[in-house]
Design a protein around this ligand. Structure first.
Ligand SMILES: Cc1cc2nc3c(=O)[nH]c(=O)nc-3n(C[C@H](O)[C@H](O)[C@H](O)COP(=O)(O)OP(=O)(O)OC[C@H]3O[C@@H](n4cnc5c(N)ncnc54)[C@H](O)[C@@H]3O)c2cc1C
Length: 364
């Protein structure tokens, strides 16, 4: 049996939840598919208060933003939410396959919004297959979702916002954080997070890398060293750090496999953290009727993901003839909101990525 639906949204993180709510607010019928049993995406594990403007719920803890959006979805008669439902394939005849409650099913949407988010990057170094080496997302899931203390002593690799925030959360959970090491000469995360880490007595070592992880049956420690301008270890600066977990917070990359499979035109844009689909100003890809929103079209923040979700949702519903004037007006407002979010110094990287996409004939 094939399930017919007006708009399919894939992924119920901040982008997907907002896309579903926006499309439904104009009258469209939406099916929202989420592979996890808990909708909310990355928000589920974010216990810290978010930055941004009031419009993107700044000052509210990440998981509470997720709960608010999810409540609205639950109370919306136009939205059907499927959890434990992984979208597996997008086919040229418009059929999308999904594993739903352990069963394989087919969906035939008129429009689709892809909001699958991102995957964590990993690092290559000797010993990186020892038990005890985690991505920062896994450590956060253990601590903040499962209530499990993940380690006694951690070495954090990466001083972006994720590395800094997770280090602080580890400290709050009673874990000793030996150090945060960062290969570049400057801390990538917000100063406010770095200051909290330093006040907690955790050293942040810039221009440092991991040489190897060691241990017999499990991780026992890491060997680190300072690096020069060519990223080569400086002899004599090696240091052994005893730890039972190494936490890698070295960035995210868009989870864009379904875009490749659908035949979207793609480009590698370093500033957007990986391969991203070309999208137009409505966030529609080169495959007509297939829209993208959130980290899948370039790594940013939940604030931008929510606004992109709304933009894609309004455009998808508007293209089906739902309240077209209102859809166009709301889409224009969302574009302005995105431009404002990306206007400061923290938006420099994303603006550089957008320029590259524009030079290739797309818009982000
Ligand atoms: C430690 C940390 C701290 C952060 N702090 C902040 C902050 O302070 N402020 C801020 O604005 N942002 C912050 N962010 C970033 C923010 O969480 C992300 O940018 C945002 O969650 C991206 O939203 P998204 O909806 O695109 O993706 P995600 O939140 O990753 O959601 C994607 C969803 O899609 C689902 N999915 C994937 N593939 C499939 C499939 N095939 N079928 C069905 N479902 C699928 C996933 O299970 C997931 O639920 C932080 C991130 C981290 C990791």
């Amino acid at each position: 049996m094939i399930k017919d639906i007006e708009i399919l949204v894939i992924g119920a993180g901040p982008a997907g939840l907002c896309a579903a709510l926006a499309a439904s607010s104009l009258g469209a019928k939406v099916l929202l598919c989420e592979r996890d049993e808990h909708p909310g995406g990355q928000l589920v594990k974010q216990t810290h208060k978010f930055f941004g403007s009031e419009k993107q719920h700044a000052g509210t803890r990440g998981f509470q933003i997720g709960d608010m959006l999810l409540d609205s979805v639950h109370n919306d008669p136009n939205i059907e939410l499927w959890t434990d439902s992984t979208v597996l394939g997008i086919y040229p005849d418009g059929i999308i396959t999904c594993e739903h409650n352990g069963r394989h099913c087919k969906i035939r949407p008129q429009r689709t919004v892809l909001a699958t988010g991102a995957a964590e990057k990993f690092l290559a170094f000797p010993g990186n297959d020892l038990p005890g080496i985690y991505g920062a997302g896994a450590v956060q899931t253990l601590m903040n979702v499962g209530g499990v203390k993940p380690a006694e002593r951690v070495l954090m690799v990466g001083a972006g916002n994720i590395g800094l925030i997770v280090s602080y959360q580890l400290k709050q959970a009673g874990v000793d954080v030996a150090a945060v090491i960062e290969a570049t000469p400057r801390i990538g995360g917000y100063l406010v997070h770095a200051s909290k880490i330093r006040r907690a007595g955790i050293p942040i070592k810039t221009c440092h890398t991991i040489l190897e992880a060691y241990g017999t049956d499990r991780l026992e420690g890491a060997r680190i060293a300072q690096i020069d301008a060519n990223w080569q270890p400086i002899p004599g600066t090696e240091e052994n750090i005893k730890c039972d977990v190494i936490c890698l917070a070295v960035g995210l990359t868009p989870l864009s496999e379904l875009c490749w499979q659908a035949g979207c035109k793609m480009a590698y844009i370093r500033e957007l953290s990986g391969h991203v689909p070309y999208v137009d100003e409505n966030l529609e890809t080169t495959v007509p009727g297939l829209y993208c929103a959130g980290d899948v079209d370039g790594i940013e923040e939940a604030s931008a993901a929510m606004v992109e979700g709304r933009l894609a949702g309004y455009c998808a519903a508007g293209s089906l003839g739902y309240k077209t004037a209102e859809a166009a007006e709301k889409a224009a407002e969302a574009r302005e909101e995105l431009a404002a979010l990306r206007s400061g110094p923290m938006g420099e990287k994303i603006r550089a990525g957008q320029q590259k996409v524009a030079a290739m004939g797309g818009v982000k």
